[in-house]
Structures are given as structure tokens and as C-alpha cells.
Design a protein around this ligand. Structure first.
Ligand SMILES: [Fe+2]
Ligand SMILES: [Fe+2]
Length: 381
């Protein structure tokens, strides 16, 4: 089965040998109305005489320059969910069953969740919405911003439910300052976010490359690696029958994040089609270095999460998992893999096909937001 994630991964740099296999969508996977136009995005738009990163506030939706972006926007609407739909009651009794090491893991996890989506939302505002100059892209970013707000609300609710002591709760919300392993990740995210704050507009090649690095960072390293690392802990707990409420909400967050990442790769692809010279060796080296640094940040977090010894989740396997995810992101970008690692976690192979199909059936019947096709998750995740 092809994963949603895999389906939407597309080549940005010229394809390397390593990435030529297994990227074709299979017949059983179709997400919304997203079709073969995916590879051509930006080519059609060139006829209109302006490019995606040309400065300005383009307001023209007809004729539409980037119909794929509009399809992505419409597809994301079909994923609508609310925090109130996630029942956390059974989690409360599960929390009493955890070992000290597992307790530590959960508290670190929710502390990261408390702020991670906030930073992503901020980057949508200060960087993506501002510089990606197409109204159909800005529709998607508006929607993404709403989804990030739902994620923030979900994790707020989670913390309020899980952490009853007010002092502890306040500590979790200041994790970006007080917990070293989270501070390190936050510093990385802020550095890349702040790299664009002085860019008035993207009028030259250099400023466009700075923007591209920001875009790639939040797709491949933040949503595509930091968040995927966090999802693995949640699904590990779920494989043990624990914290079902957290896992349910995480499924829906995961689905949203996959869309955000896929959209970011569409945008990168459009820019590459319009301005291939931006994707030079220098950019490739910088991206490789950035992803390596992200893996090290996430690995430090893994050490903190797992250092008390969590049965079934050895640190070295977590490292392999992170490396395998990083390699996949590099492959999507057409850059040779660094690590050659494989995902060792069997619990990631059993991803919630049932949960997701229930979700879509429910959406269709309850809200008439029909989703065409099916979405599955497998070991490639
Ligand atoms: Fe999010
Ligand atoms: Fe996101």
C-alpha cells in the first residue's frame, strides 16, 4: 500500500538514483481531486508572465495560475475536525498505569506539543503567506493556519487534562525555555524562521534562496521530522493499548500535517519549475546540512525522552527511525540519502487504517464532506 505521505512526495532537485523507485501513486490511493498535474505545477503558470515568488499581492483567481493549490485547499476542508470530538477520558486511567519512565516520556511529549504548532503557525504568517504570491496558495495557508489553531487547542486541552498541577502545567508551557532538549529544537526552528524576517520582498536570487531554505526547513525538518518523531512515541504507546484519546487526536493531526508537508513540496516544485537555477549545488548542500542538524536535535530529544529506559522503544531504534524519515525527506527533494537507514518500528506498520476509514465515513455521513478514494498507512509512513 502506498502511504499518503509517499503519494505526495515529489522530486524537487533533479532525481538521484536512490529516489527513482516507489514514488508512483498506486491505483488504490487517490486523495481528493489531486491528479497528475502535480508534476506540472508552475509550468502553466509561467504563461501568465509572473512567478510565484515575484513580490506582490496577486489577487487574480481567474484565470487560475495554480489549480493544484486550489485543489489542495478544497481537499483540506474535507479533513475538518474539532477538539471536542476527541475523548480523553480513558487516557486518565491509562496515565495511572504508566511506569515512571513512561510518565517522563509523556510529560516531555506534551511539553513539546504545547509549543511546536505555535511556531509553525507563526512561520505561516511571517514567511509563507507573505511571500508565496498566489491567491490560491494563500487560501491554503489560511486553512493551514486554522488547522494549526485546532492543533494548538487540542494540545492545550491535552495538557489541561493530563497535567492537573498548575505549577507543572506552567512549566510545560515554558518548555522552550526550560527543558534543554525542547529548547534546542525551538532554537533551530526560530533560527530558520528569523532568517526571513529581514526580507522585505524576494526581489533577488539570494533572497529567494533564503526563503526556499525556510520553506524546506518547515516542511522537511519541522512538520516532516520533528512532528513525525513525536507521532512515533504516540503510536508506540498506542501499540501498548495506552492513551487512545491522544492517539485519536494525533491521527487527525497527522493527516493535517501530511497535507501541510505535501503542499509545501508542491510549492517547492512550482518554484523549481519556474526558477530551476535556484536549486543549485549550494542550496543542496545547505539543505543536507540543515536536515542533518534537525536529526541531531530530534535525537537529543529522543535521548531525553527515553533515557530512563522505555521497554519496546530502544534509543538506537529511535535513531534509525529518525534517520529513515530524514532520508525520505531528502529523496523527496531529489537529494541522495545520508543515512541509508530503515524504519525499525513494527508498530508503525499497523497504522490506523481502521481509525482513518472510520473518520472519513463519519465525516461523509455527518457533514457531507465526501472524500474520494482511500488513504492508507504502511511501514513507509
Ligand atoms: Fe500542526
Ligand atoms: Fe502543520
Amino acid at each position: 500500500m502506498t502511504t499518503f505521505d509517499e503519494l505526495n512526495e515529489i522530486s524537487i532537485f533533479p532525481p538521484s538514483q536512490s529516489m527513482k523507485q516507489s514514488r508512483q501513486p498506486t491505483a488504490n490511493v487517490e486523495v481528493g481531486a489531486i491528479k497528475g498535474a502535480i508534476r506540472e505545477v508552475g509550468v502553466e503558470a509561467a504563461k501568465f508572465g509572473s512567478r510565484l515568488l515575484d513580490p506582490g499581492m496577486n489577487l487574480t483567481l481567474r484565470p487560475m495560475r495554480y489549480p493544484l493549490f486550489f485543489e489542495r485547499y478544497k481537499d483540506s476542508i474535507k479533513n475538518t475536525w474539532t477538539v471536542e470530538e476527541v475523548d480523553l477520558h480513558s487516557d486518565l486511567s491509562d496515565l495511572t498505569k504508566l511506569t515512571n519512565a513512561e510518565h517522563h516520556l509523556v510529560s516531555r511529549l506534551v511539553a513539546f506539543f504545547a509549543t511546536g504548532d505555535n511556531i509553525v503557525a507563526n512561520n505561516v504568517v511571517v514567511s509563507l503567506y507573505r511571500h508565496v504570491n498566489a491567491p490560491e496558495a494563500r487560501l491554503f495557508y489560511s486553512r493551514q493556519l486554522f488547522e494549526e489553531a485546532v492543533h494548538i487547542q487540542f494540545y492545550l486541552n491535552l495538557l489541561d487534562t493530563y497535567v492537573t498541577d498548575e505549577t507543572e502545567r506552567a512549566k510545560a508551557f515554558t518548555a522552550v525555555e526550560n527543558i534543554d532538549s525542547i529548547a534546542k529544537k525551538a532554537k533551530f526552528m526560530f533560527r530558520w524562521m528569523e532568517s526571513v524576517t529581514d526580507l522585505e520582498d524576494l526581489k533577488d536570487r539570494e533572497s529567494r534562496k533564503i526563503f526556499l531554505l525556510n520553506l524546506i526547513c518547515f516542511a522537511a525538518c519541522v512538520e516532516g521530522l520533528f512532528f513525525y518523531g513525536a507521532f512515533a512515541y504516540v503510536y508506540y504507546l498506542r501499540s501498548r493499548g495506552l492513551l487512545n484519546g491522544l492517539a485519536t487526536g494525533t491521527n487527525w493531526v497527522f493527516r493535517d500535517e501530511s497535507m501541510h508537508m505535501a503542499f509545501a513540496f508542491d510549492v517547492i516544485d512550482a518554484i523549481r519549475n519556474e526558477e530551476p537555477d535556484l536549486f543549485d549545488r549550494d542550496l543542496e548542500l545547505k539543505v543536507t546540512e540543515m536536515i542533518q542538524e534537525a536529526v541531531e536535535c530530534e535525537y537529543q530529544f529522543a535521548i531525553d525522552m527515553l533515557d530512563q529506559g522505555v521497554t519496546g522503544m530502544p534509543l538506537d531504534q529511535m535513531r534509525e527511525y529518525l534517520e529513515s524519515v530524514a532520508d525520505r525527506r531528502l529523496a523527496t527533494l531529489g537529494i541522495p540519502p545520508i543515512y541509508g537507514s530503515r524504519n525499525p518500528f513494527s508498530f508503525m506498520e499497523l497504522q490506523d487504517v481502521q481509525e482513518l476509514s472510520n473518520f472519513f465515513e463519519r465525516r461523509v455521513s455527518a457533514y457531507q464532506m465526501g472524500v474520494t478514494g482511500t488513504v492508507g498507512f504502511d511501514e513507509e509512513f
